[in-house]
Design a protein around this ligand. Structure first.
Ligand SMILES: Cc1ncc(COP(=O)(O)O)c(C=O)c1O
Ligand SMILES: N[C@@H](CCCC[NH3+])C(=O)O
Length: 461
């Protein structure tokens, strides 16, 4: 089998050219960062995952569908747990959460970060030990806080003075003492898209460190005998490759920790440096393995603590995208192909911005491959677009696809495990696709496809 016969497993415009013209060995090597571990193409160019081929999965479950490689998801949990041994790893449920995922997390002995009543309910419904949960949010309702306190959630990451007051009252009424962390805005300009950076001063999350609000929050919490202050929390943003942002953030937050110890007499035993570890969406992204990230982060914390003369707090991190992102790809069927002379070819698929809003929202880059057959055709510059009534309904901005791409072909887009199903909508009354977990030749639906009846059921007429 020659590589181009197998079709591209990864290609992206403008960097190294069309990848299906490379050797099979190259193609396999290039697969690694973008595709789930068990993904490969067979001799007929049909993409396989978890021991199943996508043509049969499309027949059984329809398209579009998110196909999650369960082995890959579990392996990434283990990579983080092993890499960060000695620290705690909280999977960030906002990336993608459902009960089957919670059960896997329980089996893999992971902790879980939830950021809404809905995520909390999902975690509890699937049997997650509440002590392993962290609750986030800049505007947690009284109801959400009450539920978390009553369930015995392990930590609540407080985000405002209003919340401290609310939470203290809820705890007082129930005679309990919830554990809290303070979300600190450290003022780091993370190198990522503006919409997903969270530690610069001018935004809604956290207590400003520079403005003295974070110190003030510590003082207020320490005055309450109904709240137990466990530590500081910083999350600088998402899809970050460079650990220098974490270094600055750790330095600033630990400096605050030292001030809290000196001026308020409180030794804080924990520190959470958040999530945000980047993944490869195209060959131009170069993520670090979890072990390397951990090594660097442990060193940063150790160095800073030594410099400040404080005891090292117990570290935790909250990766979401880096665990679930690469485990999943979206399978679409091509509906129409429109070559625009001198421009590019528009390949329309049966989903779009309702199942992947990230391209439209963050100008995110994705790649795609012809997944259902091999092709000998020349590469053409294509744009994979959806079926929505919106010109910006783009899934993959630029990709080389074979010139004979045609209606009925299956197209796979990797790296869609994080923030695609969880941010999906039913814009234009397009029902949301299912999530199908595949492992050892078995496929099971873990989130079923939304139906038109589901949509009509909400519309009370
Ligand atoms: C507080 C917090 N923790 C963790 C995460 C997870 O981020 P990521 O999925 O980029 O690892 C987020 C989202 O950005 C977050 O806001
Ligand atoms: N939803 C964003 C990341 C922000 C997530 C949570 N703070 C994304 O798709 O990249």
């Amino acid at each position: 089998m020659r590589a181009h016969e197998a079709g591209a497993l990864h290609g992206d415009f403008g960097h190294q050219g069309p990848s299906w013209l490379r050797t099979p060995a190259d193609v396999n090597e290039l697969m690694a960062p973008l595709w789930p571990r068990t993904a490969r193409k067979d001799d007929d160019g049909v993409l396989q995952v978890g021991g199943r081929d996508v043509a049969s999965l499309a027949q059984e479950f329809g398209t579009p569908a998110y196909l999650l490689d369960e082995e890959d998801f579990r392996a990434r949990c283990r990579d983080f747990k092993q890499g960060f041994a000695g620290a705690d790893v909280y999977y960030a449920g906002k990336a993608f959460l459902c009960r089957a995922i919670v059960r896997i997390l329980v089996e893999e002995e992971m902790n879980l970060d939830v950021c809404s009543g809905g995520e909390l309910a999902t975690a509890l419904a699937a049997g997650m030990d509440p002590a392993r949960l962290a609750l986030h949010g800049n505007n947690k309702s009284v109801r959400e806080l009450t539920r978390a306190v009553e369930a015995g959630v392990g930590r609540i990451v407080v985000d405002s003075f209003d919340e401290i007051e609310r939470l203290a009252a809820i705890a007082r009424e129930r005679g309990v003492r919830p554990r809290v962390m303070i979300r600190v805005t450290v003022g780091v300009e993370a190198h990522t898209h503006e919409f997903i950076a969270t530690a610069h001063e001018d935004q809604k999350f956290g207590f400003s460190l520079a403005g003295g609000k974070a110190f003030e929050a510590a003082r207020v919490i320490l005055e309450q005998d109904t709240l137990e202050l466990r530590g500081l929390h910083s999350h600088i943003g998402s899809q970050i490759f460079d650990t220098s942002g974490f270094e600055v953030s750790a330095r600033r937050v630990l400096t605050l920790q030292e001030r809290i110890r000196t001026e308020l007499g409180a030794e804080l035993p924990e520190l959470d440096l958040g999530g945000g570890f980047g993944i490869a969406y195209t060959s131009q992204d170069t993520p670090s393995p979890a072990g390397d990230l951990a090594e660097r982060m442990f060193k940063i914390v150790a160095d800073e603590c030594r410099g400040l003369g404080i005891a090292q707090p117990h570290l935790s991190v909250e990766p979401g995208r880096a665990i679930v992102g690469p485990s999943t790809f979206t399978l679409y069927e091509v509906g129409t192909v429109k070559p625009l002379d001198g421009l590019r070819t528009y390949v329309s698929v049966d989903g779009g911005m309702s199942d992947n809003i990230r391209t439209a929202l963050y100008d995110a880059s994705y790649s795609a491959t012809l997944a259902s057959r091999a092709s000998q055709a020349e590469p053409i510059l294509a744009r994979v677009v959806g079926k929505h009534c919106e010109a910006g309904d783009v899934v993959v901005k630029d990709e080389f696809l074979p010139a004979d791409v045609r209606p009925g072909d299956l197209i796979a887009v990797p790296g869609t495990g994080a923030y695609c199903r969880s941010m999906a909508s039913n814009y234009n009354h397009v029902p949301r696709p299912p999530v199908v977990a595949v492992r050892d030749g078995q496929a099971r639906v873990i989130v079923r496809r939304e139906t038109e009846d589901d949509l009509l059921a909400l519309d009370v007429g």
